[in-house]
Design a protein around this ligand. Sequence first.
Ligand SMILES: *[C@@H]1O[C@H](CO)[C@@H](O)[C@H](O)[C@H]1NC(C)=O
Ligand SMILES: *[C@@H]1O[C@H](CO)[C@@H](O)[C@H](O)[C@H]1NC(C)=O
Ligand SMILES: *[C@@H]1O[C@H](CO)[C@@H](O)[C@H](O)[C@H]1NC(C)=O
Length: 306
Amino acid sequence: MKALLLLAISYVVQCWWDVGHMMTAQIAKNYLKDNRPDTLAWADSLVQDLNSLTDGKSNTFAEAAVWMDDIKETGTSFMNDWHYTDRPINPDGLLIKIEDQNRNINSIYAINQAVSVLTNSKTARNRHTVFKAQMLRVLLHVIGDLHQPLHDTTFWNSSYPNGDQGGNFMKVQLENGTLVNLHSFWDAGAFAFSPNNSFLVRPLSQSDQEYLNKWSLDVIKKYQFTKYINLDMTNPSVWTYVGYRQAIQFVYPMIAGSNNYNKDYVKQAQEFCEENLAIGGYRLAQKLIDIYDQILSNEAKLSLVD
Ligand SMILES: *[C@@H]1O[C@H](CO)[C@@H](O)[C@H](O)[C@H]1NC(C)=O
Ligand SMILES: *[C@@H]1O[C@H](CO)[C@@H](O)[C@H](O)[C@H]1NC(C)=O
Ligand SMILES: *[C@@H]1O[C@H](CO)[C@@H](O)[C@H](O)[C@H]1NC(C)=O
């Protein structure tokens, strides 16, 4: 048991949230397959466009959701701020630097840019461009990220005068006293997404793809779409706000309450993450449907003009 945990932790450090991203995309894929296969076919063909330009680890719809992390390793840093929106939690009302408060380049911006490129009425549905292919992958990734609450906030008080960078400066204490980065702990779904070193490593083998698919179907069954019809399914600002509230109401209080590892914390965190994967997958699917419908409507208008 100890050895397993050790592996889990070193894996967390190497590989943030890969499984969370793949699950979000796989849930969206399975939802689209049943409800809007036309949208899935369009989105999947854009994924394929970039395959010859990647390292071969993001060739499927699910794997492509990790591409935005892959490119960091090749020195592409200009999109680093697209992975989060750090709405401050600032209980003591510290004076926060303006540039930290008013960040315009964030996950909301990323999603809006992606929508803008993908729905551009000057390029027809079947005309693929490099930027469409990239921005589709941005959507697959960022909508996953913002369902991890620590991608939606940064905590400030006098112990963290420069903010905690979404939990990166805070620690969870494990059973034996070891401290783990709080952000990583949540990125790894409280270890649900990284039980061991060889779990769902990309490129996924056939059996890994089957495992991912089955797991996503289980999650869809457990957290059915109809449960969430009252949630906002269109507005990324609202989504990040909900994540921010989740951080305040759930993520940080768990730490403050015990500040140490216990099985309840892990179990609750895992269930919480799994439900957020389901919601993230449904929102990703809905965003793709909205984009595709917009493209069809642009085309209808154009053909009227013709
Ligand atoms: C505590 O457990 C973790 C995870 O198993 C391990 O990485 C760490 O080395 C252990 N620390 C001590 C002091 O035993
Ligand atoms: C800042 O917040 C952290 C996390 O809740 C807490 O542990 C720490 O005591 C707080 N610092 C001050 C000065 O209140
Ligand atoms: C890793 O964890 C998964 C899921 O619990 C399990 O199916 C697999 O057998 C494990 N692999 C190893 C090498 O322990």
